[in-house]
Design a binder for this molecule. Structure first.
Ligand SMILES: CC(C)[C@H](C(=O)O)[C@@H](O)C(=O)O
Ligand code: SF4
Length: 467
């Protein structure tokens, strides 16, 4: 048998019908469902008199529109209606649903792994582009469109085109205060916001083996910001240790059998990828974005680039427009950029490890005058775990607000958003115009860097703050 990649093995194991030329009908094992992308799917089921084919394989949870100050009221009427509609649809169709006051609630991409719904070797979909996150477990996980969500609900299958394969080999050791977020931003800056388009990316190499599951999820989460719909990491002992005893993970003798199977998923030694990229982590400095796409990122030690020096005319035009929107002049020291807001959270960086990294900076310090900083755990369970460790007190003592779980200020679909002209140090994944609120200006960075910016009142090299 020819040597196969992890992606090939996951794909082959789920083909129900092969249509040729790379197109197949795939069996879908799990679907995560949130309030923004699911209404159309439920409506289609209703209109066609369909039921869920396998109700227990879905998990619905509201995250985008939920309030994070308190759970009592949702101010925005659209957000309130969306959350109510999801609860109603789940009840009508018998879909497992985690209500707002459930200890399991949170951002879908944090809840999946936490609950053990996300497992190696499965296919997992969600009407959400950051479904790439779950590939960190060796699951074939990808975002789908609103109508496809309904197809999966009714048929448990989906027609898909096979992707090309790309291997990203990471070597070298990260310096102190440099994290997986910096790796993702540096990598995307190098290959471009469409650099992985059409490819299933597999991250591998000694530096990936050394990463925690949280770091791996951050990396896979950001794959979509390089245009790749799939980001994969072969499951290993770190993966198994994370999943053991999770609520929905296999138990008893099934656990051992599952692990034996999961170990066979790794890419074969002589498998060939369509593309290979190697990246050394040793030289990476903390990165921040200066523009309005995730690939417009630079080391914190750099200056805002001059659009006139861009390689192509279109890159120049984009950079000029981005700098105008961001109200930045070429040549400005990035560290001199003053901020109004800090957002620590999201499915990229809202896990307990991320909160610990930010708390290590916040401990014993104060948020700069004039800056509003919020910490939003990725899930209610993460919030509870952080409180057991006393992280909430570290943050509130330092002047950060401690919120309930949700997408919050990652996306302006709830009560948390920037006002026009406000500038935010954010641990989320997208810096598009208006992403955090109309006219808001986003700088993407790691949790440690965002906390440091909150303390300093401007973007700052966290290594300098902590020296
Ligand atoms: C609202 C949702 C469909 C969207 C996505 O697809 O990713 C959101 O989660 C985002 O991060 O932009
Ligand atoms: S936290 Fe942000 S990126 Fe993640 S699912 Fe929510 S809106 Fe999308």
């Amino acid at each position: 048998m020819t040597a196969r990649t992890l992606y090939d093995k996951l794909w082959d194991a789920h083909v129900v019908a092969d249509f040729g030329e790379g197109e197949a009908l795939l069996y879908i094992d799990r679907q995560l469902v949130h309030e923004v992308s699911s209404p159309q799917a439920f409506r289609a089921l209703r209109e066609n008199g369909r039921a869920l084919r396998r109700p227990a394989t879905h998990l619905a949870v509201a995250d985008h529109a939920v309030p994070t100050r308190s759970r009592d009221t949702i101010i925005d009427p659209l957000a309130r209606a969306q959350v109510a509609e999801l609860a109603g649809n789940a009840a009508q169709f018998g879909m497992p649903y985690l209500p707002l006051d459930s200890p399991g609630q949170g951002v879908v991409h944090v809840v999946g792994p936490e609950s053990g719904l996300t497992l190696p070797g499965i296919t997992l979909v969600c009407g959400d582009s950051h479904t790439t996150t779950h590939g960190a477990f060796g699951a074939l996980a990808f975002g789908i469109g609103a109508s496809e969500c309904g197809t999966v609900m009714a048929a448990q299958c989906l027609r898909q085109m096979r992707a090309k394969t790309m291997r990203v080999t990471l070597t070298g050791e990260l310096s102190p205060w440099v994290s997986a977020k910096d790796v993702a931003l540096a990598l995307i800056a190098q290959i471009g916001a469409l650099g992985a388009a059409g490819h299933a990316v597999e991250y591998t190499g000694p530096s990936v083996t050394a990463m925690s599951m949280a770091a791996r999820m951050t990396l896979c989460n950001m794959t979509i910001e390089a245009g790749g719909r799939i980001g994969l990491i072969a499951p290993d002992d770190t993966t198994f240790a994370f999943l053991r005893d999770r609520k929905l993970a296999p138990r008893g003798t099934m656990w051992g059998r599952a692990v034996d199977h999961w170990r066979t998923l790794a890419t074969d030694a002589d498998a060939v990828f369509d593309r290979e990229v190697t990246f050394d982590l040793g030289d990476i400095a903390p990165h921040v974005t200066w523009g309005t796409t995730p690939d417009e990122a630079a080391p914190i030690t750099a200056n805002v680039p001059d659009p006139a020096k861009a390689n192509t005319a279109s890159a120049r035009r984009h950079a000029e427009k981005a700098l105008a929107y961001m109200a930045l002049a070429p040549g400005t020291s990035i560290e001199a950029i003053a901020i109004d807001r800090v957002f620590i959270g999201s499915c990229t960086n809202g896990r307990i490890e991320d909160l610990r990294a930010a708390a290590a900076i916040a401990r014993g310090r104060r948020v700069a005058p004039g800056v509003t900083a919020i910490v939003v755990p990725g899930s209610t369970a993460t919030r509870a775990a952080a409180e057991v460790e006393g992280l909430d007190r570290v943050f509130t003592d330092a002047g950060f607000e401690w919120r309930h779980a949700g997408c919050s200020m990652c996306v302006a679909m709830n009560d948390d958003r920037l006002s026009p002209g406000e500038r935010c140090a954010s641990t989320s994944n997208r810096n598009f115009e208006g992403r955090q609120g109309a006219g808001g200006r986003t700088h993407l960075m790691s949790p440690a860097m965002a906390a440091a910016a909150g303390i300093a009142g401007h973007l700052i090299d966290v290594r300098r703050l902590m020296a």
